[in-house]
Design a protein around this ligand. Structure first.
Ligand code: CTP
Length: 472
């Protein structure tokens, strides 16, 4: 197969010329070739040459012009430069073998075939020649093209060797299967299950990078189910596995919260690409196992799971080395509030309840509504349709209240400063009491979110607290 007409970026012909003058056998390799054949846009290109990758990068940059800044990574013998939003990496073909307890390879120079042998999957081991005699020819020693066509993830060598060399590849196999909607060949999958414990030598950050890519795919449940079936999920996120299973007492069963959560996650992927809102979906019921109770009157309950769950978010993010700043706080807030809009569909919807929800959710109200809508799952389609209809009413009413009362980002209409000036008092508890009472009155709809009404209430409150007006 010749792909020269697909190599449209000028870098390919430039490198072809450099390869000829420098007499360096050179190829495009890896993810770029895979994505080119799958018609997926990719702007990261890896070049491999039989010789020094650093020399190839240097000669290429020289030919392109002085504005190119090449980064050299001497320890790895690789080089990289950017051009616009394209990223080019250069590496010499290598033969690698890994030590058992470390990802650090012992590297030796090798041929193209050696280099392809040491790659993770057949679909990632494809190369395209940039050499004069066969420019554009696909070099495919492991029938990677057939695997691409039939949607199969398979290692080029014995999978026990490939995964033992770099255990992160077990996560990568599942990530590619999820992103590309591919099937992991049985022998390869069995090797993941067999080697799962080796994931222990990989850093949490790198594991989470892969998990986040699974979460950002179109249907993350596929990846989670594969992680579970291989036994990896139990090792990297055991709390999630605790959601599995149902229990029945007196003919009453609760739903399987593992599959429910995956359904919520898939649902929310229809309405957001935001990684942290997707994480909120993963975490929303995380404390259900710890809060589960059964009694004859109420059946199964999970009281307080939103409160405990939001507390668990910090510990889980910390242990998984996920960011602990605004992202984590957002997930906590979503978990904490996730029952509120749903509760509104079950009762008479009052403006006061809507205002309180808007006040607490603030600018995250739209995200919260997406999470709650995604959380409406049931095998009974009629039930789902009925809930969704009521949910639409809540959404509509929220909009009306928001337009009317503007409490989404509530700012007190009278300030502490004004209270102090009016009554001639120093900072004290009375100021907090007055401000809180005004806020509550606005949220309850007793007064409007308006300066004059709030001012009148402040005077009223001052009187009951025994304060005298010194400045009007
Ligand atoms: N590779 C590997 N083992 C790894 C990581 C990468 O064999 N653990 C090889 C594969 O041939 C891969 C190439 O290095 O195609 C480039 O890796 P990377 O840029 O991490 O991934 P891509 O395959 O390009 O995919 P993506 O950009 O989606 O991460």
């Amino acid at each position: 197969m010749n792909l020269s007409d697909r190599l449209t970026h000028p870098i390919f012909s430039t490198i072809g010329e450099v390869a000829a003058t420098e007499q360096l056998e050179t190829y495009v390799v890896g993810g770029f070739v895979r994505d080119l054949l799958l018609n997926r846009a990719s702007k990261d290109i890896d070049f491999v040459c039989v010789g020094s990758g650093m020399d190839l990068a240097k000669a290429t940059a020289k030919r392109i012009g002085s504005h190119v800044h090449v980064n050299y990574f001497k320890n790895f013998g690789t080089a990289q430069f950017r051009s616009g939003d394209w990223d080019f990496e250069f590496v010499g073909a290598r033969k690698e073998s890994y030590q058992r307890d470390s990802r650090k390879p012992i590297v030796e120079d090798g041929s193209l075939q050696d280099d392809q042998n040491r790659r993770d999957f057949t679909i990632n081991a494809l190369a395209i020649s940039l050499n004069k005699n066969d420019y554009g020819t696909l070099v495919d020693p492991f029938q990677g093209i057939e695997d691409l066509e039939s949607g199969i993830i398979r290692t080029p060598l014995d999978p026990d060797i490939t995964f033992s060399d770099d255990p992160l590849r077990m996560m990568r196999a599942i990530r590619f299967a999820t992103q590309l909607n591919f099937y992991i060949e049985a022998k390869t999958f069995e090797a993941i299950a067999r080697n799962k414990k080796r994931i222990g030598i990989i850093s949490r950050e790198r594991i989470m990078d892969e998990l986040n890519k699974i979460i950002l795919s179109q249907k993350p449940s596929v990846g989670f189910i594969l992680l579970d079936q291989s036994g990896l999920l139990e090792l990297i996120f055991p709390e999630f596995c605790l959601l599995k299973g149902t229990e029945t007492v007196d003919d009453k069963s609760h739903k399987d919260n593992f599959y429910h959560t995956l359904q919520v996650l898939d649902n929310i992927c229809q309405s957001t690409k935001d990684l942290w809102l997707r994480w909120a979906a993963i975490m929303h019921d995380i404390a259900k196992p710890q809060t589960k109770r059964f009694d004859v009157r109420n059946g199964w309950t999970f009281h307080g799971h939103e409160v405990l769950g939001s507390k668990m978010v910090y510990r889980l993010f910390k242990s998984m080395k996920l960011p602990l700043g605004a992202e984590m706080k957002f997930v906590q807030k979503m978990v904490y509030l996730h029952l509120r809009p749903i509760a509104l569909t079950k009762e008479e919807i009052t403006d006061s309840a809507l205002r309180r929800l808007l006040f607490e959710a603030g600018d995250d109200i739209d995200s919260l509504m997406k999470l709650c809508e995604a959380d409406i799952t049931s095998k009974n389609k009629v039930k789902v349709a009925r809930y969704l209809q009521r949910f639409e009413t809540v959404k509509q009413k929220l909009k009306e209240v928001e337009e009317k009362d503007q409490v989404r980002n509530f700012q007190p209409p009278v300030s502490g400063e004004l209270i102090m000036q009016t009554f001639g008092i120093k900072p004290s508890a009375a100021i907090g009491t007055i401000k809180e009472a005004i806020k509550e009155a606005i949220l309850d709809g007793k007064i409007r979110n308006d300066y004059n009404e709030a001012y009148a209430m402040m005077l009223e409150m001052g009187k009951t607290l025994g304060l005298t007006v010194v400045k009007q």
